[in-house]
Design a protein around this ligand. Structure first.
Ligand code: FES
Ligand SMILES: [Fe+2]
Length: 401
């Protein structure tokens, strides 16, 4: 795949849509039973058949820049510990001591070795067992039995993915299908982690649906984005992943590298940053949006299922191309505050409101319009994962028609 050719093709298509003033509509409206957001049995299936089969984008490389840097997170009920080893390789472990299951680390940070807070078993950064206190009294432990449980992990485009099934084949190529090569245009491995925030919402799909359409922008976000905001998304699909281009000619708060500005410039001269326009969706639960206030930055939003069907956690990871300093620092903080407010005070309260209504069980179905093709695409791919037989490999799920 010629990455620039794909990106230029998308930008050319977006420019045509802008000039026509219309989007490509999905072939038809779609609907789903309202119970997909409220059914605990379906939620349990999603956690095993989707969140333990699909590779998940868990972290940006710059969150674990140095050997010994760690990130702790719980994903769909799985306690995780990401560690960059002395060899520079990032590994994803079950955050569980192999003695009796204590969480090895409670907070993100830096460690030369991983020492359990219960009886002080210690592990090397590659997950191998390093030492057992009072070993002679304890008795023998095979090296392999003592090794931390590890998940298939890959680092690409300055982002880290893992599959939360220790026995899964590392079929990242089949899953990403080159989408990582497009994302590599950002050069995230050279970016900087500014801060992260955690926000609580309703069912993870209700929370994530709001990342997949622009229909609600001038309505729900009229106080923040303004009532004149475009509500039209042009969708670009790459397997389960997608991009959304906002059909607007006006500069707005998030996007400086407006595609409309490419008109009249030779394609060979189109700047890389403009080719990366729009919102990037990494299936099943991550979106990436660009902004320019406080310097060029992105917000990576991860929407994780919560403990119950009606709960989710949205983690906002703010990355900047250059560490904001001087006057840019206040702007960068204001940008994080603004996006924290938009999602935390507008999108997620709406998701909780919908959850309460849908939990009544009296609204039979929800609908996705022809202008919400990205939401349709998302739900179709969830169905594909849930519909695949128990033993299906990732490669088989990706190939199923
Ligand atoms: S549970 Fe970790 S050392 Fe005992
Ligand atoms: Fe929104």
């Amino acid at each position: 795949m010629d990455v620039r050719e794909v990106l230029v093709g998308d930008a050319r298509h977006m420019l045509e849509r802008l000039q026509a003033g219309t989007i490509t509509k999905a072939p038809q409206c779609a609907s789903r039973p309202a119970s997909i957001y409220t059914d605990p049995a379906l939620f349990a299936r999603e956690k095993t058949l989707l969140f333990r089969r699909a590779p998940l984008m868990l972290a940006a490389s710059c969150e674990l820049r140095q050997p010994g840097d760690c990130k702790v997170m719980d994903v769909a009920g799985v306690p995780l510990l990401l560690v960059r080893g002395k060899d520079g390789v990032v590994r994803t472990f079950l955050n569980a001591c192999t003695h009796r299951g204590a969480r090895l680390m409670r907070e993100c940070g830096h460690a030369a070795r991983l020492t359990c807070p219960y009886h002080a078993w210690s592990f090397r950064l590659d997950g191998s067992l390093l030492a057992i206190p009072a070993r002679e009294a304890f008795g023998e432990v095979e090296a392999e039995e003592g090794r931390l449980v590890a998940f298939p992990t890959t680092e690409r485009a300055g982002l880290i993915w893992a599959i939360l099934d220790p026995g899964a084949a590392p079929d990242f190529d089949a899953f990403l299908g080159g989408f990582d090569a497009l994302l590599a245009g950002f050069g995230f491995e050279r970016w900087h982690h500014f801060e992260s925030r955690t926000l609580e919402g309703a069912n993870w799909k209700l929370a994530f649906d709001a990342h997949l359409e622009f229909y609600h922008l001038p309505v729900l976000h009229r106080a923040t984005f303004g009532p004149g905001m475009s509500n039209l998304a042009e969708y670009f699909h790459y397997g389960p992943h997608q991009r959304l281009g906002l059909l607007t000619r006006a500069d707005h708060v998030l996007e400086q590298d407006d595609v409309a500005g490419l008109a009249g410039i030779a394609e060979s001269e189109w700047p890389q940053a403009s080719l990366l326009f729009g919102e990037w969706i990494i299936f099943p639960n991550v979106s990436i949006n660009c902004f320019y206030k406080g310097g060029r930055g992105v917000i990576i939003s991860q929407v994780f299922p919560g403990a119950e069907v009606g709960q989710s956690t949205t983690v906002q990871i703010f990355l900047h191309e250059n560490p904001p300093a001087g006057e840019l620092l206040a702007d960068a903080r204001a940008m994080s505050d603004f996006l924290g407010h938009v999602v935390g005070e507008e999108d997620l309260p709406m998701s909780r409101d919908q959850q309460e209504v849908l939990a009544s069980g009296l609204l039979p179905r929800v609908r996705f319009g022809r202008n919400e093709g990205g939401v349709q695409h998302f739900h179709a791919w969830i169905d594909r994962f849930l519909g695949a037989p128990d033993g299906a490999t990732l490669a088989q799920i990706m190939q199923r028609a």
